[in-house]
Design a binder for this molecule. Structure first.
Ligand code: C2E
Ligand code: MG
Ligand code: MG
Length: 545
Protein backbone atom coordinates (compact mmCIF):
# COMPACT_ATOMS: atom_id res chain seq x y z
CA UNK A 1 0.00 0.00 0.00
CA UNK A 2 2.82 2.40 0.94
CA UNK A 3 4.49 1.61 -2.41
CA UNK A 4 1.27 2.36 -4.29
CA UNK A 5 0.96 5.66 -2.52
CA UNK A 6 4.55 6.59 -3.41
CA UNK A 7 3.92 5.75 -7.06
CA UNK A 8 0.78 7.81 -6.98
CA UNK A 9 2.61 10.81 -5.59
CA UNK A 10 5.30 10.50 -8.32
CA UNK A 11 2.64 10.29 -10.97
CA UNK A 12 0.90 13.38 -9.68
CA UNK A 13 4.24 15.25 -9.68
CA UNK A 14 4.80 14.33 -13.34
CA UNK A 15 1.29 15.45 -14.21
CA UNK A 16 1.85 18.76 -12.47
CA UNK A 17 5.10 19.29 -14.45
CA UNK A 18 3.31 18.45 -17.67
CA UNK A 19 0.53 20.87 -16.70
CA UNK A 20 3.14 23.54 -16.11
CA UNK A 21 4.63 22.93 -19.59
CA UNK A 22 1.22 23.11 -21.23
CA UNK A 23 0.53 26.31 -19.33
CA UNK A 24 3.83 27.82 -20.46
CA UNK A 25 3.10 26.94 -24.13
CA UNK A 26 -0.38 28.44 -23.83
CA UNK A 27 1.02 31.66 -22.28
CA UNK A 28 3.61 31.91 -25.09
CA UNK A 29 0.84 31.36 -27.63
CA UNK A 30 -1.25 34.10 -26.01
CA UNK A 31 1.71 36.52 -26.04
CA UNK A 32 2.36 35.74 -29.70
CA UNK A 33 -1.32 36.21 -30.40
CA UNK A 34 -1.27 39.60 -28.72
CA UNK A 35 1.93 40.54 -30.58
CA UNK A 36 0.93 39.47 -34.10
CA UNK A 37 -2.87 39.34 -33.78
CA UNK A 38 -3.57 43.09 -33.69
CA UNK A 39 -1.38 43.78 -36.71
CA UNK A 40 -2.79 40.92 -38.82
CA UNK A 41 -6.37 41.68 -37.82
CA UNK A 42 -6.14 45.41 -38.62
CA UNK A 43 -4.42 44.72 -42.03
CA UNK A 44 -7.10 42.13 -42.88
CA UNK A 45 -9.94 44.48 -41.88
CA UNK A 46 -8.40 47.32 -43.97
CA UNK A 47 -8.03 44.90 -46.92
CA UNK A 48 -11.73 43.99 -46.84
CA UNK A 49 -13.30 47.32 -46.03
CA UNK A 50 -10.90 49.92 -47.48
CA UNK A 51 -9.24 47.81 -50.25
CA UNK A 52 -5.72 47.93 -48.79
CA UNK A 53 -2.97 45.32 -49.31
CA UNK A 54 -3.82 41.87 -47.90
CA UNK A 55 -2.12 40.65 -44.73
CA UNK A 56 1.04 38.57 -45.01
CA UNK A 57 -0.07 34.90 -45.55
CA UNK A 58 2.61 33.56 -43.23
CA UNK A 59 1.43 35.89 -40.48
CA UNK A 60 -2.22 34.80 -40.98
CA UNK A 61 -1.19 31.13 -40.78
CA UNK A 62 0.87 31.87 -37.65
CA UNK A 63 -2.14 33.63 -36.16
CA UNK A 64 -4.46 30.68 -36.88
CA UNK A 65 -1.89 28.30 -35.47
CA UNK A 66 -1.71 30.50 -32.39
CA UNK A 67 -5.48 30.33 -31.94
CA UNK A 68 -5.38 26.53 -32.31
CA UNK A 69 -2.55 26.33 -29.77
CA UNK A 70 -4.47 28.48 -27.28
CA UNK A 71 -7.58 26.32 -27.66
CA UNK A 72 -5.54 23.12 -27.34
CA UNK A 73 -3.69 24.49 -24.29
CA UNK A 74 -6.96 25.50 -22.64
CA UNK A 75 -8.55 22.06 -23.14
CA UNK A 76 -5.42 20.31 -22.02
CA UNK A 77 -5.25 22.48 -18.92
CA UNK A 78 -8.88 21.65 -18.11
CA UNK A 79 -8.33 17.90 -18.56
CA UNK A 80 -5.14 17.86 -16.51
CA UNK A 81 -6.68 19.88 -13.67
CA UNK A 82 -9.58 17.44 -13.47
CA UNK A 83 -7.24 14.46 -13.47
CA UNK A 84 -5.07 15.95 -10.74
CA UNK A 85 -8.16 16.68 -8.66
CA UNK A 86 -9.44 13.10 -9.02
CA UNK A 87 -6.05 11.66 -8.21
CA UNK A 88 -5.54 13.88 -5.20
CA UNK A 89 -8.95 12.80 -3.86
CA UNK A 90 -8.05 9.13 -4.47
CA UNK A 91 -4.74 9.63 -2.72
CA UNK A 92 -6.47 11.19 0.24
CA UNK A 93 -8.97 8.31 0.37
CA UNK A 94 -6.21 5.70 0.09
CA UNK A 95 -4.34 7.38 2.93
CA UNK A 96 -7.51 7.40 5.01
CA UNK A 97 -8.14 3.73 4.26
CA UNK A 98 -4.60 2.89 5.26
CA UNK A 99 -4.86 4.74 8.56
CA UNK A 100 -8.51 4.28 9.57
CA UNK A 101 -10.66 1.38 10.67
CA UNK A 102 -13.37 1.18 8.00
CA UNK A 103 -16.09 0.02 10.43
CA UNK A 104 -15.84 2.78 13.03
CA UNK A 105 -13.78 5.47 11.29
CA UNK A 106 -11.36 5.31 14.26
CA UNK A 107 -7.58 5.10 13.77
CA UNK A 108 -6.28 1.60 13.20
CA UNK A 109 -3.50 -0.03 15.22
CA UNK A 110 -0.68 1.20 12.97
CA UNK A 111 -1.77 4.81 12.83
CA UNK A 112 -2.56 4.80 16.56
CA UNK A 113 1.06 3.83 17.16
CA UNK A 114 2.24 6.71 14.92
CA UNK A 115 -0.09 9.38 16.25
CA UNK A 116 0.26 8.08 19.78
CA UNK A 117 4.05 8.45 19.48
CA UNK A 118 3.60 12.09 18.45
CA UNK A 119 1.24 12.71 21.39
CA UNK A 120 3.69 10.98 23.74
CA UNK A 121 6.43 13.44 22.66
CA UNK A 122 4.00 16.39 22.94
CA UNK A 123 3.16 15.33 26.53
CA UNK A 124 6.84 15.55 27.53
CA UNK A 125 7.26 18.96 25.89
CA UNK A 126 4.19 20.48 27.53
CA UNK A 127 4.82 19.02 31.00
CA UNK A 128 1.67 16.99 30.70
CA UNK A 129 1.10 13.25 30.98
CA UNK A 130 -0.46 11.08 28.35
CA UNK A 131 -3.18 8.66 29.46
CA UNK A 132 -3.67 5.56 27.38
CA UNK A 133 -6.90 3.62 27.82
CA UNK A 134 -7.42 0.14 26.39
CA UNK A 135 -11.07 -0.85 26.28
CA UNK A 136 -12.07 -4.45 25.65
CA UNK A 137 -15.72 -5.49 25.46
CA UNK A 138 -16.81 -8.34 27.74
CA UNK A 139 -18.62 -11.24 26.10
CA UNK A 140 -18.71 -9.58 22.68
CA UNK A 141 -18.07 -12.97 21.11
CA UNK A 142 -21.33 -14.23 22.58
CA UNK A 143 -23.25 -11.39 20.88
CA UNK A 144 -21.56 -12.24 17.58
CA UNK A 145 -22.26 -15.95 17.98
CA UNK A 146 -25.86 -15.50 19.05
CA UNK A 147 -26.97 -12.71 16.71
CA UNK A 148 -24.54 -12.81 13.79
CA UNK A 149 -21.85 -10.49 12.47
CA UNK A 150 -24.18 -7.75 11.18
CA UNK A 151 -25.44 -7.16 14.73
CA UNK A 152 -21.87 -7.43 16.05
CA UNK A 153 -20.72 -4.74 13.59
CA UNK A 154 -23.64 -2.46 14.45
CA UNK A 155 -22.80 -2.87 18.13
CA UNK A 156 -19.13 -2.00 17.51
CA UNK A 157 -20.19 1.18 15.68
CA UNK A 158 -22.48 2.16 18.55
CA UNK A 159 -19.72 1.45 21.06
CA UNK A 160 -17.25 3.56 19.04
CA UNK A 161 -19.66 6.47 19.03
CA UNK A 162 -20.02 6.26 22.84
CA UNK A 163 -16.24 6.09 23.26
CA UNK A 164 -15.81 9.17 21.06
CA UNK A 165 -18.37 11.04 23.15
CA UNK A 166 -16.74 10.11 26.44
CA UNK A 167 -13.31 11.42 25.40
CA UNK A 168 -12.01 14.97 25.93
CA UNK A 169 -11.98 17.22 22.81
CA UNK A 170 -8.41 16.46 21.70
CA UNK A 171 -8.09 12.69 21.96
CA UNK A 172 -6.93 9.83 19.79
CA UNK A 173 -9.44 7.04 19.38
CA UNK A 174 -8.54 3.76 17.73
CA UNK A 175 -9.91 0.31 17.15
CA UNK A 176 -7.03 -2.09 17.60
CA UNK A 177 -8.94 -5.06 16.22
CA UNK A 178 -11.99 -7.16 17.11
CA UNK A 179 -13.64 -5.67 20.16
CA UNK A 180 -10.56 -3.86 21.44
CA UNK A 181 -10.29 -0.06 21.42
CA UNK A 182 -7.60 2.39 22.51
CA UNK A 183 -7.84 6.06 23.45
CA UNK A 184 -5.09 8.52 24.23
CA UNK A 185 -5.21 12.05 25.60
CA UNK A 186 -3.13 14.51 27.62
CA UNK A 187 -3.92 15.41 31.21
CA UNK A 188 -2.48 17.36 34.09
CA UNK A 189 -0.20 14.89 35.94
CA UNK A 190 -1.36 16.40 39.26
CA UNK A 191 -4.96 15.47 38.49
CA UNK A 192 -5.27 11.81 37.55
CA UNK A 193 -8.86 11.90 38.80
CA UNK A 194 -9.84 13.55 35.49
CA UNK A 195 -8.74 10.33 33.77
CA UNK A 196 -10.60 8.25 36.34
CA UNK A 197 -13.81 10.18 35.76
CA UNK A 198 -13.60 9.49 32.03
CA UNK A 199 -12.90 5.79 32.64
CA UNK A 200 -15.75 5.54 35.15
CA UNK A 201 -18.19 7.21 32.78
CA UNK A 202 -17.18 4.92 29.94
CA UNK A 203 -17.44 1.74 32.00
CA UNK A 204 -20.87 2.68 33.31
CA UNK A 205 -22.12 3.67 29.83
CA UNK A 206 -20.96 0.34 28.39
CA UNK A 207 -22.97 -1.50 31.03
CA UNK A 208 -26.16 0.22 29.82
CA UNK A 209 -28.06 -1.61 27.07
CA UNK A 210 -27.24 -0.83 23.43
CA UNK A 211 -29.71 -0.76 20.56
CA UNK A 212 -28.34 -2.47 17.43
CA UNK A 213 -30.32 -3.69 14.42
CA UNK A 214 -33.54 -3.52 16.42
CA UNK A 215 -32.11 -5.58 19.29
CA UNK A 216 -31.43 -4.56 22.87
CA UNK A 217 -27.97 -5.85 23.75
CA UNK A 218 -26.30 -6.06 27.12
CA UNK A 219 -22.52 -5.99 27.31
CA UNK A 220 -19.89 -4.38 29.52
CA UNK A 221 -16.25 -3.50 29.16
CA UNK A 222 -12.92 -4.00 30.91
CA UNK A 223 -10.67 -0.98 30.78
CA UNK A 224 -6.94 -0.66 31.47
CA UNK A 225 -5.18 2.68 32.00
CA UNK A 226 -1.49 3.53 31.89
CA UNK A 227 0.12 6.96 32.20
CA UNK A 228 3.22 8.05 30.34
CA UNK A 229 4.95 9.75 33.29
CA UNK A 230 4.82 6.77 35.67
CA UNK A 231 5.05 3.61 33.74
CA UNK A 232 6.63 4.01 30.41
CA UNK A 233 9.49 5.21 28.30
CA UNK A 234 7.77 4.90 24.92
CA UNK A 235 4.37 4.64 23.33
CA UNK A 236 4.91 0.91 22.85
CA UNK A 237 5.57 0.42 26.56
CA UNK A 238 2.53 2.59 27.36
CA UNK A 239 0.28 0.48 25.13
CA UNK A 240 1.63 -2.72 26.65
CA UNK A 241 1.08 -1.48 30.20
CA UNK A 242 -2.49 -0.38 29.44
CA UNK A 243 -3.09 -3.80 27.89
CA UNK A 244 -1.79 -5.58 31.00
CA UNK A 245 -4.04 -3.37 33.16
CA UNK A 246 -7.02 -4.22 30.93
CA UNK A 247 -6.39 -7.94 31.44
CA UNK A 248 -6.14 -7.36 35.19
CA UNK A 249 -9.55 -5.58 35.07
CA UNK A 250 -10.97 -8.54 33.15
CA UNK A 251 -9.52 -11.04 35.56
CA UNK A 252 -10.86 -9.28 38.61
CA UNK A 253 -14.43 -9.57 37.37
CA UNK A 254 -14.87 -7.45 34.19
CA UNK A 255 -17.12 -4.37 33.93
CA UNK A 256 -14.45 -2.20 35.62
CA UNK A 257 -11.28 -0.20 35.06
CA UNK A 258 -7.80 -0.70 36.47
CA UNK A 259 -4.66 1.46 36.52
CA UNK A 260 -1.48 -0.33 35.55
CA UNK A 261 0.94 -1.08 38.38
CA UNK A 262 4.19 -2.98 38.55
CA UNK A 263 2.68 -5.97 40.37
CA UNK A 264 0.72 -6.70 37.19
CA UNK A 265 3.96 -6.86 35.26
CA UNK A 266 5.27 -9.44 37.75
CA UNK A 267 2.04 -11.40 37.44
CA UNK A 268 2.47 -11.47 33.70
CA UNK A 269 5.99 -12.73 34.15
CA UNK A 270 4.69 -15.52 36.40
CA UNK A 271 2.11 -16.38 33.77
CA UNK A 272 4.80 -16.58 31.10
CA UNK A 273 6.89 -18.80 33.35
CA UNK A 274 3.88 -21.07 33.94
CA UNK A 275 3.30 -21.22 30.20
CA UNK A 276 6.83 -22.31 29.40
CA UNK A 277 6.86 -24.69 32.39
CA UNK A 278 3.62 -26.27 31.22
CA UNK A 279 5.19 -27.31 27.91
CA UNK A 280 7.57 -29.64 29.67
CA UNK A 281 5.32 -30.51 32.62
CA UNK A 282 2.70 -32.29 30.49
CA UNK A 283 5.00 -34.87 28.87
CA UNK A 284 6.78 -35.36 32.22
CA UNK A 285 3.40 -36.09 33.83
CA UNK A 286 3.83 -33.41 36.48
CA UNK A 287 0.14 -32.58 35.87
CA UNK A 288 -1.65 -35.36 37.70
CA UNK A 289 -5.25 -36.32 38.42
CA UNK A 290 -6.66 -35.70 41.91
CA UNK A 291 -9.92 -37.33 42.88
CA UNK A 292 -12.88 -35.72 44.65
CA UNK A 293 -15.52 -37.98 46.17
CA UNK A 294 -19.04 -37.85 44.80
CA UNK A 295 -21.68 -39.03 47.27
CA UNK A 296 -25.20 -40.36 46.85
CA UNK A 297 -27.04 -37.98 49.19
CA UNK A 298 -29.97 -40.30 49.84
CA UNK A 299 -27.89 -43.32 50.92
CA UNK A 300 -24.65 -41.59 51.93
CA UNK A 301 -22.70 -43.95 49.69
CA UNK A 302 -19.64 -43.11 47.62
CA UNK A 303 -20.61 -43.51 44.00
CA UNK A 304 -17.56 -42.12 42.22
CA UNK A 305 -15.00 -39.36 41.83
CA UNK A 306 -14.54 -36.17 39.87
CA UNK A 307 -11.08 -35.97 38.35
CA UNK A 308 -9.42 -32.58 38.98
CA UNK A 309 -6.06 -31.66 37.51
CA UNK A 310 -3.20 -30.61 39.79
CA UNK A 311 0.29 -29.53 38.84
CA UNK A 312 2.83 -31.07 41.18
CA UNK A 313 5.49 -28.48 40.49
CA UNK A 314 8.98 -29.54 41.59
CA UNK A 315 9.76 -26.06 43.05
CA UNK A 316 6.43 -24.34 43.60
CA UNK A 317 4.47 -27.27 45.05
CA UNK A 318 0.85 -27.95 44.15
CA UNK A 319 -0.59 -25.53 41.58
CA UNK A 320 -4.37 -25.07 41.16
CA UNK A 321 -6.04 -25.77 37.81
CA UNK A 322 -7.60 -22.30 38.00
CA UNK A 323 -4.07 -21.03 37.30
CA UNK A 324 -2.87 -23.36 34.57
CA UNK A 325 -6.03 -24.57 32.74
CA UNK A 326 -6.73 -21.09 31.25
CA UNK A 327 -3.09 -20.92 30.07
CA UNK A 328 -3.34 -24.42 28.59
CA UNK A 329 -6.53 -23.33 26.80
CA UNK A 330 -5.08 -20.11 25.43
CA UNK A 331 -1.92 -21.79 24.20
CA UNK A 332 -3.61 -24.84 22.67
CA UNK A 333 -2.02 -27.28 25.18
CA UNK A 334 -5.36 -28.22 26.76
CA UNK A 335 -6.01 -31.21 24.47
CA UNK A 336 -2.68 -32.84 25.27
CA UNK A 337 -3.06 -32.02 28.98
CA UNK A 338 -6.57 -33.41 29.16
CA UNK A 339 -5.70 -36.67 27.42
CA UNK A 340 -2.70 -37.10 29.73
CA UNK A 341 -4.91 -36.58 32.81
CA UNK A 342 -7.47 -39.05 31.45
CA UNK A 343 -4.84 -41.67 30.71
CA UNK A 344 -3.43 -41.43 34.25
CA UNK A 345 -6.89 -41.35 35.89
CA UNK A 346 -8.27 -44.34 33.94
CA UNK A 347 -5.11 -46.31 34.62
CA UNK A 348 -5.35 -45.52 38.34
CA UNK A 349 -9.03 -46.49 38.46
CA UNK A 350 -8.70 -49.75 36.56
CA UNK A 351 -8.98 -51.99 39.62
CA UNK A 352 -11.41 -49.85 41.62
CA UNK A 353 -14.78 -51.29 42.45
CA UNK A 354 -16.73 -51.50 39.17
CA UNK A 355 -19.63 -49.57 40.71
CA UNK A 356 -17.45 -46.46 41.02
CA UNK A 357 -17.71 -43.89 38.23
CA UNK A 358 -15.28 -41.21 37.09
CA UNK A 359 -16.17 -37.69 35.92
CA UNK A 360 -13.79 -35.72 33.79
CA UNK A 361 -13.91 -32.03 32.88
CA UNK A 362 -13.81 -31.13 29.20
CA UNK A 363 -12.92 -27.56 28.28
CA UNK A 364 -15.00 -25.68 25.68
CA UNK A 365 -11.83 -25.45 23.59
CA UNK A 366 -11.69 -29.23 23.27
CA UNK A 367 -15.16 -29.34 21.78
CA UNK A 368 -13.79 -27.62 18.68
CA UNK A 369 -11.82 -30.78 17.89
CA UNK A 370 -13.84 -33.01 15.56
CA UNK A 371 -11.74 -36.01 16.69
CA UNK A 372 -12.26 -35.52 20.43
CA UNK A 373 -14.68 -38.44 20.87
CA UNK A 374 -12.32 -40.80 19.03
CA UNK A 375 -9.38 -39.62 21.14
CA UNK A 376 -11.26 -40.22 24.41
CA UNK A 377 -12.46 -43.66 23.25
CA UNK A 378 -8.90 -44.54 22.28
CA UNK A 379 -7.64 -43.71 25.80
CA UNK A 380 -10.51 -45.77 27.28
CA UNK A 381 -9.59 -48.73 25.11
CA UNK A 382 -5.84 -48.43 25.81
CA UNK A 383 -6.35 -48.27 29.58
CA UNK A 384 -9.16 -50.86 29.64
CA UNK A 385 -11.53 -48.50 31.49
CA UNK A 386 -15.22 -49.18 30.65
CA UNK A 387 -16.96 -46.30 28.84
CA UNK A 388 -20.15 -46.75 30.87
CA UNK A 389 -18.29 -45.76 34.04
CA UNK A 390 -17.20 -42.46 32.54
CA UNK A 391 -19.08 -39.18 32.82
CA UNK A 392 -17.98 -36.12 30.86
CA UNK A 393 -18.63 -32.67 32.37
CA UNK A 394 -19.00 -29.70 30.06
CA UNK A 395 -20.06 -26.12 30.78
CA UNK A 396 -22.70 -24.07 29.00
CA UNK A 397 -20.07 -21.94 27.27
CA UNK A 398 -19.10 -25.06 25.28
CA UNK A 399 -22.37 -24.77 23.39
CA UNK A 400 -21.80 -21.32 21.87
CA UNK A 401 -18.95 -22.00 19.51
CA UNK A 402 -20.14 -24.78 17.27
CA UNK A 403 -23.21 -26.52 18.60
CA UNK A 404 -23.44 -28.93 15.66
CA UNK A 405 -19.88 -30.13 16.28
CA UNK A 406 -20.50 -30.44 20.04
CA UNK A 407 -23.65 -32.47 19.29
CA UNK A 408 -21.76 -34.81 16.99
CA UNK A 409 -18.91 -35.32 19.51
CA UNK A 410 -21.36 -35.97 22.33
CA UNK A 411 -23.39 -38.30 20.08
CA UNK A 412 -20.31 -40.46 19.43
CA UNK A 413 -19.44 -40.58 23.13
CA UNK A 414 -22.97 -41.46 24.18
CA UNK A 415 -23.06 -44.25 21.60
CA UNK A 416 -20.19 -45.81 23.53
CA UNK A 417 -22.10 -45.49 26.82
CA UNK A 418 -20.35 -42.36 28.18
CA UNK A 419 -22.66 -40.10 30.25
CA UNK A 420 -22.88 -36.32 29.99
CA UNK A 421 -23.20 -33.72 32.77
CA UNK A 422 -23.75 -29.97 32.53
CA UNK A 423 -21.23 -28.40 34.95
CA UNK A 424 -21.48 -25.11 36.88
CA UNK A 425 -25.17 -24.64 36.08
CA UNK A 426 -26.62 -21.41 37.44
CA UNK A 427 -23.66 -19.27 36.37
CA UNK A 428 -23.63 -17.90 32.82
CA UNK A 429 -26.80 -18.22 30.78
CA UNK A 430 -28.51 -21.11 32.59
CA UNK A 431 -30.78 -21.46 29.62
CA UNK A 432 -33.40 -24.10 29.12
CA UNK A 433 -32.56 -24.12 25.41
CA UNK A 434 -28.98 -25.11 26.24
CA UNK A 435 -30.21 -27.85 28.55
CA UNK A 436 -32.19 -29.32 25.70
CA UNK A 437 -29.50 -28.81 23.05
CA UNK A 438 -27.54 -31.86 24.19
CA UNK A 439 -28.69 -35.15 25.73
CA UNK A 440 -27.51 -34.40 29.29
CA UNK A 441 -27.78 -37.09 31.96
CA UNK A 442 -27.19 -34.75 34.90
CA UNK A 443 -27.02 -31.11 35.99
CA UNK A 444 -24.36 -29.90 38.41
CA UNK A 445 -25.26 -26.80 40.41
CA UNK A 446 -22.34 -24.40 40.72
CA UNK A 447 -20.58 -24.42 44.08
CA UNK A 448 -21.07 -20.68 44.60
CA UNK A 449 -24.81 -21.23 45.25
CA UNK A 450 -24.29 -24.31 47.40
CA UNK A 451 -21.63 -22.75 49.63
CA UNK A 452 -23.95 -19.83 50.41
CA UNK A 453 -27.13 -21.91 50.52
CA UNK A 454 -27.79 -21.34 54.22
CA UNK A 455 -26.82 -17.66 54.27
CA UNK A 456 -28.41 -16.31 51.14
CA UNK A 457 -32.10 -16.46 50.32
CA UNK A 458 -31.22 -15.83 46.65
CA UNK A 459 -28.91 -18.84 46.52
CA UNK A 460 -31.54 -21.02 48.19
CA UNK A 461 -34.12 -19.87 45.63
CA UNK A 462 -31.76 -20.63 42.73
CA UNK A 463 -30.83 -24.08 44.07
CA UNK A 464 -34.51 -24.83 44.58
CA UNK A 465 -35.40 -23.67 41.07
CA UNK A 466 -32.65 -25.79 39.50
CA UNK A 467 -33.72 -28.84 41.52
CA UNK A 468 -37.34 -28.37 40.28
CA UNK A 469 -36.07 -27.90 36.72
CA UNK A 470 -34.10 -31.15 37.00
CA UNK A 471 -37.17 -32.89 38.32
CA UNK A 472 -39.38 -31.74 35.46
CA UNK A 473 -36.76 -32.63 32.83
CA UNK A 474 -36.08 -35.91 34.58
CA UNK A 475 -32.41 -34.99 35.08
CA UNK A 476 -30.76 -35.85 38.41
CA UNK A 477 -28.98 -32.92 40.06
CA UNK A 478 -25.53 -32.92 41.70
CA UNK A 479 -24.60 -30.19 44.16
CA UNK A 480 -20.90 -29.28 44.33
CA UNK A 481 -19.24 -27.32 47.13
CA UNK A 482 -20.91 -28.99 50.14
CA UNK A 483 -18.76 -27.74 53.02
CA UNK A 484 -20.76 -28.85 56.07
CA UNK A 485 -23.50 -31.15 57.33
CA UNK A 486 -26.09 -28.33 57.51
CA UNK A 487 -25.79 -27.72 53.77
CA UNK A 488 -25.93 -31.44 53.09
CA UNK A 489 -29.13 -31.70 55.16
CA UNK A 490 -30.75 -28.79 53.34
CA UNK A 491 -29.86 -30.25 49.94
CA UNK A 492 -31.38 -33.55 50.87
CA UNK A 493 -34.59 -31.72 51.78
CA UNK A 494 -34.51 -29.81 48.46
CA UNK A 495 -34.15 -33.09 46.61
CA UNK A 496 -30.61 -33.13 45.21
CA UNK A 497 -29.66 -36.70 44.47
CA UNK A 498 -25.88 -36.40 44.58
CA UNK A 499 -23.28 -34.14 46.10
CA UNK A 500 -19.58 -33.48 46.50
CA UNK A 501 -17.48 -31.04 48.52
CA UNK A 502 -14.96 -30.60 51.26
CA UNK A 503 -17.42 -31.97 53.82
CA UNK A 504 -16.56 -35.40 52.43
CA UNK A 505 -12.86 -34.63 51.99
CA UNK A 506 -10.55 -32.57 49.80
CA UNK A 507 -9.55 -33.84 46.35
CA UNK A 508 -6.87 -36.54 46.85
CA UNK A 509 -3.92 -37.87 44.90
CA UNK A 510 -4.24 -41.27 43.19
CA UNK A 511 -2.21 -42.88 46.00
CA UNK A 512 -4.39 -41.36 48.76
CA UNK A 513 -7.55 -42.35 46.88
CA UNK A 514 -6.22 -45.86 46.63
CA UNK A 515 -5.60 -45.99 50.38
CA UNK A 516 -9.14 -44.77 51.06
CA UNK A 517 -10.63 -47.37 48.72
CA UNK A 518 -8.50 -50.11 50.27
CA UNK A 519 -9.75 -49.15 53.75
CA UNK A 520 -13.31 -49.36 52.50
CA UNK A 521 -12.58 -52.60 50.68
CA UNK A 522 -13.43 -51.03 47.36
CA UNK A 523 -10.47 -52.31 45.40
CA UNK A 524 -10.85 -55.35 43.22
CA UNK A 525 -8.61 -58.12 44.47
CA UNK A 526 -5.88 -59.41 42.18
CA UNK A 527 -6.71 -62.97 40.89
CA UNK A 528 -4.11 -64.81 43.08
CA UNK A 529 -5.38 -63.12 46.29
CA UNK A 530 -8.96 -63.95 45.40
CA UNK A 531 -8.29 -67.68 45.24
CA UNK A 532 -7.41 -67.87 48.95
CA UNK A 533 -10.16 -65.61 50.22
CA UNK A 534 -13.91 -65.53 49.93
CA UNK A 535 -14.79 -63.45 46.84
CA UNK A 536 -15.27 -59.79 47.62
CA UNK A 537 -18.72 -58.63 46.66
CA UNK A 538 -17.80 -55.02 46.56
CA UNK A 539 -21.03 -53.69 45.09
CA UNK A 540 -23.04 -55.17 47.89
CA UNK A 541 -20.90 -53.54 50.55
CA UNK A 542 -21.83 -50.35 52.22
CA UNK A 543 -19.75 -47.97 50.16
CA UNK A 544 -19.88 -44.94 52.40
CA UNK A 545 -17.08 -43.96 54.72
P1 C2E B 1 -15.22 -27.67 38.58
O1 C2E B 1 -15.25 -28.72 37.53
O2 C2E B 1 -16.50 -26.95 38.86
O3 C2E B 1 -14.64 -28.37 39.86
C1 C2E B 1 -15.06 -28.13 41.13
C2 C2E B 1 -14.11 -27.22 41.84
O4 C2E B 1 -14.63 -26.90 43.11
C3 C2E B 1 -12.77 -27.88 42.12
O5 C2E B 1 -11.80 -26.87 42.13
C4 C2E B 1 -12.93 -28.37 43.54
O6 C2E B 1 -11.71 -28.56 44.20
C5 C2E B 1 -13.72 -27.24 44.13
N1 C2E B 1 -14.48 -27.65 45.29
C6 C2E B 1 -15.06 -28.84 45.50
N2 C2E B 1 -15.67 -28.88 46.66
C7 C2E B 1 -15.50 -27.65 47.22
C8 C2E B 1 -15.94 -27.07 48.45
O7 C2E B 1 -16.62 -27.67 49.28
N3 C2E B 1 -15.58 -25.77 48.68
C9 C2E B 1 -14.84 -25.08 47.80
N4 C2E B 1 -14.50 -23.83 48.10
N5 C2E B 1 -14.41 -25.60 46.63
C10 C2E B 1 -14.76 -26.87 46.36
P2 C2E B 1 -10.47 -27.08 41.34
O8 C2E B 1 -9.99 -28.43 41.48
O9 C2E B 1 -9.60 -25.95 41.73
O10 C2E B 1 -10.95 -26.93 39.85
C11 C2E B 1 -11.41 -25.71 39.39
C12 C2E B 1 -11.90 -25.84 38.00
O11 C2E B 1 -10.83 -26.13 37.12
C13 C2E B 1 -12.89 -26.98 37.81
O12 C2E B 1 -14.13 -26.56 38.22
C14 C2E B 1 -12.78 -27.19 36.33
O13 C2E B 1 -13.57 -26.24 35.64
C15 C2E B 1 -11.33 -26.88 36.06
N6 C2E B 1 -10.60 -28.12 35.94
C16 C2E B 1 -10.05 -28.89 36.90
N7 C2E B 1 -9.45 -29.97 36.35
C17 C2E B 1 -9.65 -29.91 35.01
C18 C2E B 1 -9.28 -30.73 33.90
O14 C2E B 1 -8.67 -31.78 34.02
N8 C2E B 1 -9.67 -30.32 32.67
C19 C2E B 1 -10.37 -29.17 32.49
N9 C2E B 1 -10.72 -28.82 31.26
N10 C2E B 1 -10.73 -28.37 33.50
C20 C2E B 1 -10.38 -28.74 34.77
MG1 MG C 1 -16.45 -30.16 37.07
MG1 MG D 1 -18.30 -27.23 38.68
Amino acid sequence: MALDLDENVLDIKERRQSELLTGAISVAAILLFVGTGSQVLSTTLQHYFQGGAPADRTLVIALLLNVALILFGWRRHQALSEEVRIRAAAEERAQQLASRDPLTGFLNRRSMAEEGAAMFVRAGRRRKAMALLIVDLDHFKTVNDMHGHAVGDALLRAVASEIAQAMPPIALTARLGGDEFACGFLFDPEQPDTVERIAERLVSRMAQPFEAEGLRLHISCSLGIARSDFDCASIDALMRSADIAMYAAKKSGRNRYAWFDQSMERELQTRNELESGLRTAIPRQEIVPYFEQQIDLTTGRLHGFEVLARWEHPQRGLISPELFIPIAEETGMIAELSLSIMRQAFAAARDWDPALSISINISPWQLRDAWLAQKIIKVLTETGFPANRLEVEITESSLFDNLALAQSIVGSLKNQGVRLALDDFGTGYSSLAHLRALPFDRIKIDKSFIMSLNESADSAAIVNAIARLGESLNLPVTAEGIEDAAIEERLRAIGCSKGQGWHYGRPMSAAATRRLLAERRLLQQPPQARSGEPPLDATSQRLAG
